[in-house]
Design a protein around this ligand. Structure first.
Ligand SMILES: [Zn+2]
Length: 593
């Protein structure tokens, strides 16, 4: 099976740790402390170990691990430097099914899996509010635009307003059930730790920052504003940066390939690709909205987010944070988290084999070269540690794969709902029986939920109706997922790793491999492109690369998950996490000197 059962994985980890102890080159090469000089330095290093002055977490949204293997010949800058100077974990993957942005960022941030940290999806049905909410929705918070007055609605571009959030509230980390690494760092360090995060997405910037962020910034794709909320202070450096770097300055630019045509793998136009309106399905891509005459509007902001210009913008905002706040120069270790969202938008649209995804990464490679040079200059080489990873991977575009003869397709969420309603309608259950949430989690309405508890015939009819839909691999009931350790079924174990009874659906639907969820209206053609969010390895496998202070470069083949990043950073910083499902990646750590 591709997904290792948890128990087996733990045994393997224990074995590899034992092997490390036996073969540890650190232990073998350490000089004997037999002179007074050695004794003095040993005591000094225990008292005052060289902790990193700055922890930098870089998340490349939707970056598949194999992009490094396939595309690194196109890189000369920061991604190349990470691969050559960093500790590269090649067998890293999330062990759970909900391979989505909020879930991944919360896992990276806390060192725990979603069944522990509670951020089980980007959105879920709130049974108390009877609304679909985003993971960062907080009725008590108010969002604040850097360019203008406060906004009243939270950022939730993927949830239609009609069935999502009330018109009040904003975004915060209130629903994350455990502290972030950044929270622990700030609480346990000497006074002075600064926590700064930024992304196009609230569900990335907020979980990374935790509760104590000093500057937590995300982008509103409707108005083109940069936002924070009253859960965090308004940071003067962000205000200054967005004022001097208006996003609208990129209006009218054209995204063309950076490299010669011969450098790109695969076909120039991927079969089944989608495209933002007005953007075209192959290079060059003009950034001028739908009709090119209206000036910057939401259609331009979507194009901008689906382009390398947004990555460059975030990298430069991160550089401004380092410079203006003097990150890495304070009395305690600082934290900087940057999540590059555009790889996700480009990947959804053009797919993992597109020229666009390759070009996006090639340009991110150049942006990160400049960013690392900036850190070298302002913090100092060897004084900061970088962790690069992704929040999830992505499936190939189904039509692109299907032409090879492999079973692949689109599982229409609305059709799954229609099948359930139809099965219950025959048994005289009045509509609606399920809440309007599309995708893997099925929530019954309260009345139907109560009735089905004593009507096994109807429940079996529902399960059969879902199971018989084309592209469905399995359907689980909530009760089957509440005890993760009790199953050796890898698919069920992955589903159980992101199950929280009060938040998860009554049923969990698992597509077949290479079938992606689709939200098109039944009977209408799909908008194309691809997606993620399943328990398959192409969605679960991501890169983990550590570089800098305390890190021993090399390729590592030990099994790892992104939940290992926070425990490893905690070890480097000399702090303790309250909960963790991950481990310290000690095979990649130098002894402190
Ligand atoms: Zn995505």
């Amino acid at each position: 099976m591709r997904i290792l059962p948890n128990l087996t994985k733990k045994l393997l980890l224990a074995t590899s740790f034992a092997t490390f102890l036996i073969h540890s080159p650190v232990a073998a090469q350490r000089p004997p402390a037999n002179s007074s000089t050695h004794k003095t330095s040993a005591v000094a290093s225990v008292k005052n170990p060289a902790r990193p002055k700055l922890v930098v977490v870089l998340v490349v949204d939707q970056m598949r691990a194999d992009y490094i293997d396939k595309f690194q010949h196109q890189w000369t800058g920061g991604l190349k430097r990470l691969v050559t100077e960093g500790a590269w974990f090649q067998d890293a993957a999330y062990p759970y099914a909900a391979t989505e942005t909020c879930v991944g960022h919360s896992t990276i941030s806390t060192g725990a899996f979603p069944s522990t940290h509670g951020m089980i999806a980007n959105e879920w049905w709130d049974r108390d509010l009877r609304k679909e909410i985003t993971c960062t929705y907080d009725a008590a918070a108010k969002n604040i635009a850097y360019e203008a007055e406060a906004l009243s609605a939270p950022t939730s571009p993927t949830v239609p307003a009609a069935n999502s959030v009330p018109a009040v509230g904003g975004d915060s980390v209130a629903r994350m059930l455990v502290p972030a690494f950044a929270d622990e760092l700030k609480f346990q360090s000497p006074a002075g730790t600064r926590v700064v995060t930024m992304s196009l997405k609230a569900r990335a910037a907020i979980p990374m920052a935790g509760h104590q962020g000093d500057a937590v910034t995300w982008f509103d794709g409707v108005t083109g504003s940069w936002l924070t909320s009253n859960a965090y202070p308004k940071a003067p450096f962000v205000a200054e940066f967005v004022k001097s770097h208006p996003v609208t300055a990129d209006y009218g630019k054209t995204w063309s390939p950076l490299l010669p045509d011969s450098a790109y793998l695969y076909q120039k136009i991927a079969l089944g690709a989608g495209n933002p309106p007005g953007f075209g399905n192959s290079f060059p891509h003009p950034l001028h909205g739908v009709d090119g005459n209206k000036g910057p509007d939401a259609s331009f902001y979507l194009q901008w987010a689906t382009s390398p210009y947004a990555e460059t913008y975030l990298a430069q905002m991160a550089e401004a944070a380092v410079e203006k706040l003097q990150l890495g120069k304070g009395p305690a270790t600082d934290f900087l988290g940057v999540s590059f969202s555009s790889v996700d938008y480009v990947g959804h649209t053009f797919g993992p084999r597109s020229w666009e995804i390759q070009d996006e990464l090639a340009r991110l490679d150049r942006d990160l070269a400049a960013f690392f040079a900036h850190l070298d200059k302002h913090v100092g080489r060897g004084k900061y540690v970088v962790a690069l990873t992704a929040d999830h991977g992505v499936a190939p575009i189904p039509e692109d794969l299907h032409k090879t003869g492999v079973d692949a397709g689109r599982l229409n969420a609305k059709e799954v709902t229609a099948r359930i309603e139809h099965a219950l309608e025959i048994l005289d259950y009045p509509k609606p029986n399920v809440t309007p949430v599309g995708g893997a989690d099925v929530y019954f309405t309260p009345g139907t939920s109560a009735k089905l508890k004593t009507d096994s015939h109807a429940l079996q009819a529902v399960l059969a109706a879902i199971q018989n839909a084309p592209g469905v691999a399995a359907v689980y009931q909530a009760d089957e997922l509440s005890d993760r350790s009790a199953t050796l079924d890898s698919l069920r174990a992955a589903e159980a790793a992101d199950f929280v009874k009060s938040r998860s659906g009554d049923l969990r639907v698992v597509p077949k491999p290479y079938w992606v969820w689709d939200n098109s209206v039944i009977g209408q053609p799909s908008r194309g492109g691809t997606s993620h969010g399943t328990p398959y390895y192409y969605d679960q496998r991501v890169p983990i690369i550590l570089m800098g202070a305390g890190i021993r470069a090399g390729k590592y083949y030990e099994s790892a998950t992104p939940a290992d990043i926070a425990p490893t950073l905690a070890t480097l910083c000399g702090i303790t996490l309250a909960t963790r499902d991950g481990r310290t990646l000690r095979e990649a750590l130098n002894s402190f000197r």
